[in-house]
Design a protein around this ligand. Structure first.
Ligand SMILES: C[S@@+](CC[C@H](N)C(=O)[O-])C[C@H]1O[C@@H](n2cnc3c(N)ncnc32)[C@H](O)[C@@H]1O
Length: 267
């Protein structure tokens, strides 16, 4: 048994810090994963930083849509590209993690911003690769583009995603409250293949709010479809006009209750 005096324990702590740093650095070198927001559709919304990590990553894993945003950066015979679906992604993430060697990089592009409405996948990747081996790089979100188009300041709006697998009843209540509090709302609806009961798209949202006593005929609503792409479409009308209308799952809804206040109104 070895007993350390105070000086020794300080020394030991220092050595421990150095070792931990080196080990962590090695692990990062080992299997570095970049989760990169690549914008809502057009490659013009890709940041230079995102392009850099994509170029240096041997492995690229993504859904068809996100891979199409970065297709011009893909270098044949260098990049190993894996197109995944919701069903087979788990297998591919594990397979690539096993394949990666020291100094290999992998990038997974995410639509819009990686930190908005992507956590179900991001959280799993943090588990597989280890928190310290993963770097998140922000991108421009569909909700930012929608906010810009509707001229709604994000800091004064409620931003909400119904595009989640978990129960959305609490979020629905938050939505009612935000509207009653006269806030603008920027939301991503919930498309649900093969289960209309779980759908919470434009029509269901308008009907739900009306049922909850909101005067939907007096509220301004925007719907932005396929933002930043050649198919981009904008609807502007009253919230009750969304009843019975079909919109693409690739859409963002804005309930516009903005009140403008300039610096001239403040001392
Ligand atoms: C899982 S969420 C991901 C959101 C994404 N991380 C973001 O920051 O935009 C997917 C939903 O985002 C919305 N979305 C993403 N890109 C869009 C676009 N180009 N135009 C309209 N809505 C879009 C759609 O509602 C789509 O179903």
């Amino acid at each position: 048994m070895v007993f350390y005096n105070i000086l020794d324990s300080k020394k030991a702590n220092k050595i421990h810090r150095i070792i931990t740093k080196a080990v962590t650095k090695d692990r990062i070198k080992d299997k570095k994963l970049f989760l990169v927001g690549v914008g809502p559709g057009s490659s013009k919304y890709l940041t230079d930083l995102a392009k850099d990590v994509i170029r240096k990553s041997k492995y690229l894993i993504g859904y068809k849509y996100t891979l199409s945003i970065i297709r011009e950066l893909i270098i044949p015979h260098f990049h190993q590209v894996y197109e995944v679906t919701m069903k087979d992604q788990e297998e591919t993430y594990n397979q690539v993690f096993e394949k990666m060697e020291e100094n290999d990089f992998c990038t997974i592009p995410f639509t819009g911003d990686v930190n908005f409405s992507e956590s179900e996948v991001v959280d799993r990747l943090l588990e597989i690769f280890g928190n310290d081996n993963v770097e998140l790089m922000p991108g421009i979100s569909s909700i930012q583009v929608a906010a810009a188009k509707a001229k709604i300041p994000l800091d004064k709006a409620m931003v909400i995603s119904f595009h989640v697998t978990e129960d959305i009843e609490d979020k629905k209540r938050e939505l009612i409250k935000a509207i009653q509090d006269k806030k603008s709302v920027i939301l991503v609806p919930r498309p649900w293949n093969n289960n209309t009961e779980k759908n919470f798209m434009q029509s269901e949202i308008a009907l739900f709010l009306k049922k909850e006593g909101v005067d939907t005929s007096s509220l301004i609503a925007w719907v932005f479809e396929f933002l930043t792409t050649a198919e981009e479409k904008v609807f502007k009308g009253r919230l009750n006009e969304l009843e019975g209308r079909d919109f693409s799952p690739m859409s963002v809804v804005v309930v516009d209750q903005v009140t403008r206040k300039t610096y001239l109104e403040f001392e």
